[in-house]
Design a protein around this ligand. Structure first.
Ligand code: ADP
Length: 462
């Protein structure tokens, strides 16, 4: 950051996001005595993040492209309101290297890693190469991007089927296609490339062997501006639908201390090798039978599921982001996991109807409270869930002294959670807690999808 002294206290931050994460960032800032400037689109005028911020500025209509995704406008608001830092949250512009660079060039503090690190990790094919260079195992896959369908065929011959085509610019499970046999490859390549171009403006694909019976285990890392990188344990995010996380837990039921250490060291090696600063997540696929793991990607921002790590380590990760961005050296307590935590993503979707979005007014919104229960949300009774943004209403996080207690608390908290006016995934979460695979922590990334196919329709008639 040009011209900045090694430590420079943040006094006022622009929160370049909405929803629960904007509220979460404002809370951390308040705890640190930092003023906040919220931005909002017209339908978000009544949102909790607007009410809670020191100041709030309307930045346009509902469509994100005309509001939350306008870097120049956000930068203008930041400077016009006297901010000295920008927190991008997750989603929107959080992994946009140009925005990160613009913020730094305007001599504001970007609360995240440097723009060139975002660029390197944002290209997932380049991130794989960085992992290989850092000695971190990757899923057997292509050397860089597959230039054509022909190149994909040559790659398929070396790696075999099933294989997975993945978007180099990917995220949120988009632009990904499992290919089971050779004759499916040309069409899958064309479709995945088209989908990636549509979603990310970049149709570049790379290939990996498809690993069907694995867990998704990710390591939380933190780097400071003095070259120190540490890890804060893992989260298990194997309960997914369409490659998107639905329920997460920490620690992973499949990770023992020795494996945690190996995963942690691999994640730290990669982060160190790219000069990582701030909060990051290194994602792996884990074969729990053999304790073999493979890097898949690194996210250069705070994750939705960061609260799990906060619950089991006692570290406020968002506050730590601010501290590191101010130039403070990392000083972490013993981060050995304490107890067990689950996170349930409560979204406005009807799981009996193929997860159809369910926008509308929340007639009743009464989240649970009590020991070991945390709800991160921007919603309240009367809030209108708009169809313009992701459908996350709240994250329910429960913590117990062990997995068993956490599961019981989860049942209690889900039963207490009252939402009326829209369909939510609360009933799905309740049903999941009855499934033996969830109770025993014995599931792979494929499990939830199979379980929903088997149970979604049947449950509708009961
Ligand atoms: P995105 O950036 O879209 O989130 P990721 O690379 O993080 O994509 O993968 C998302 C999910 O897709 C993983 O958690 C896993 O369930 C599945 N996945 C990714 N790569 C593989 C693979 N090689 N084999 C099997 N499943 C995979």
């Amino acid at each position: 950051m040009p011209g900045r002294p090694p430590t420079s206290p943040i006094r006022r931050v622009l929160v370049a996001n909405r929803g629960e994460i904007a509220v979460r960032i404002i809370r951390a800032a308040e705890d640190l005595g930092i003023e906040t400037v919220a931005v909002y689109s017209k339908p978000d005028a009544g949102s909790a993040h607007v009410r809670r911020a020191t100041q709030a500025v309307c930045i346009g209509p509902a469509a994100a492209a005309q509001s939350y995704l306008r870097p120049e406008l956000l930068l203008h608001v930041a400077t016009a309101t006297g901010c000295d830092a920008v927190h991008p949250g997750y989603g929107f512009l959080s992994e946009d290297r140009r925005f990160a660079r613009q913020v730094a060039d305007a001599d504001l503090i970007w609360i995240g890693p440097p723009a060139d690190v975002i660029a390197q990790m944002g290209d997932k094919a380049a991130a794989r190469e960085a992992a290989v260079r850092a000695g971190v195992p990757v899923v057997p896959g292509s050397d860089g991007v597959l230039a054509s369908s022909g190149a994909a065929q040559a790659f398929a011959q070396s790696v075999g089927f099933p294989l997975l085509l993945k978007a180099r610019a990917g995220g949120g499970g988009k632009g990904m296609r499992v290919v089971s046999k050779p004759d499916e490859l040309p069409a899958a390549f064309a479709l995945a490339s088209q989908e990636a171009a549509g979603a990310f403006g970049d149709g570049g694909l790379y290939g990996e062997r498809y690993l069907p019976w694995v867990r998704h285990v990710e390591i939380q890392v933190f780097g400071d501006r003095h070259g120190q990188v540490r890890y804060l344990g893992e989260r298990d995010c194997s309960l997914q639908r369409r490659h998107q996380k639905v329920v997460e837990e920490a620690p992973s039921p499949a990770v023992r201390p020795e494996l945690r250490e190996r995963l942690g060291h691999a994640a730290v090696s990669l982060a160190e090798s790219v000069g990582y600063v701030g909060a990051g997540t290194v994602e792996f696929l884990l074969d729990a039978d053999t304790d073999t793991f493979y890097f898949i990607e690194m996210n250069t921002r705070i994750q939705v599921e960061h609260a799990l790590t906060e619950e089991i380590t006692g570290v406020d990760l968002v506050a730590l982001q601010f501290k590191v961005a101010q130039g403070e050296p990392l000083s972490l307590p013993d981060t050995t996991p304490r107890g067990h935590a689950f996170e349930f993503r409560v979204t406005a979707e009807d799981w009996h109807r193929n997860f159809a979005p369910s926008p509308g007014t929340l007639r009743v919104f009464e989240p649970p409270t009590g020991p070991g229960v945390r709800v991160d949300t921007h919603c309240s009774s009367g809030w209108v869930v708009s169809p313009y943004y992701d459908s996350l209403l709240a994250k329910l996080i429960v913590h117990g002294t062990d997995r068993f207690e956490a599961l019981r608390r989860a049942k209690r908290a889900l039963a207490e959670f009252q939402v009326e006016g829209v369909a939510t995934t609360l009933p799905l979460h309740q049903a999941l807690l009855e499934a033996p695979a969830v109770v025993h922590g014995d599931y792979s990334t494929r499990w939830l999808e199979d379980w929903v196919s088997a149970n979604g329709e049947e449950a509708e008639t009961t």
